[in-house]
Design a protein around this ligand. Sequence first.
Ligand code: SAH
Ligand code: SF4
Length: 355
Amino acid sequence: MTKELLGLSKEELLSEIMSIGEKPFRAKQLWQWIYFRGETNFDNMSNLSKDLRIKLKEHYTITRPKIVDEQISIDKTHKWLLEFADGQRIETVYIPEDDRGAVCVSTQVGCAVGCTFCHTGSQKITRNLTAGEIVAQFMIARDAYKEWPSPTNETRYLSNIVVMGMGEPLHNKDEVFKALKILSDGSGVAISKRRITLSTSGIVPNIEAVASELGVKLAISLHAPTNEKRSEIMPINNRYKIEDILEACQKYQAIMGMSRMITFEYLMLKDFNDSIEDAKILVALMKKYKLGAKFNLIPFNPWPGCKYQPSSNNKVHAFSKFLESAGYEAPIRVARGQDILAACGQLKSKKTSEF
Ligand code: SAH
Ligand code: SF4
């Protein structure tokens, strides 16, 4: 049996290399081949001796998941359905902008949080992804855009990572953190931590660690201004209340600094949470907790069988204006890749044609 190298931390890679009797600097070289050059074939690792390449092949593999399906939206959003060795499937999305782009990675097969508006949440949790499986999603996207070796300038096709795909990342904290440490390492893939955003439904005990152990940007899926309303659409709110989440956000900001804005994602659901009254309560909450915050208003993306309607444009704009007049940025997110079910909350473990 060969062992998979993708997803090992630097320390783990080093001990592997030592365990086959090689010098520590070989681990550095391998790391560069895997994460700076994107190489998967030991035969192409030209600065390693032939004997070493043979030895590596005997013991190890560097694999990519199988691409089961791949779709590109009319707006160029690119979605992959990926299958891992045990047959489990997840989706990964690349969202291009003019001079940059974000890869949206999944962290679990399904999700245990079960938000009523989310397509992923309607699929029960099957398992956590490993660090290697999370890293591999980014590698697949970089392979597709041939962005190897890792570009050193700021303009890249793949410049950002958003942990906003399938799953609740803070229910799989250890593997997610390990993956993001690998992807942000400066001698490999080198995506700066300022360009990585982790989005959570609010798993309170793990929020502070996003700052203390990792240092990436934080987004909170808030979606409602009161506990009563939030519990109705996000069952996790029965466990972790809005006040607990905002206190955890204060701890995050105490470590990261007030200038590191926390994004509050707010899904606009027709006649449920889209009134000016709701916006007023939100502003009062933010003022009370003195958070450096901005909002991201998300138009609801429908999926087959969902029971919600998106708010009207007028309401979304009025809501945004109100928040902005209170001093909070509140852009309206443009839905991307809707035609291929690649937008927020639309991901699942199936081909789009199978719905
Ligand atoms: N589990 C994490 C991250 C993945 S979801 C979280 O919930 O934050 C990424 C974002 O998509 C979240 O803000 C989520 O609430 C939002 N989302 C889920 N379903 C959606 C839908 N149908 N339309 C628009 N956004 C949705
Ligand atoms: Fe899970 Fe996030 Fe979807 Fe809620 S919105 S079910 S936490 S993936």
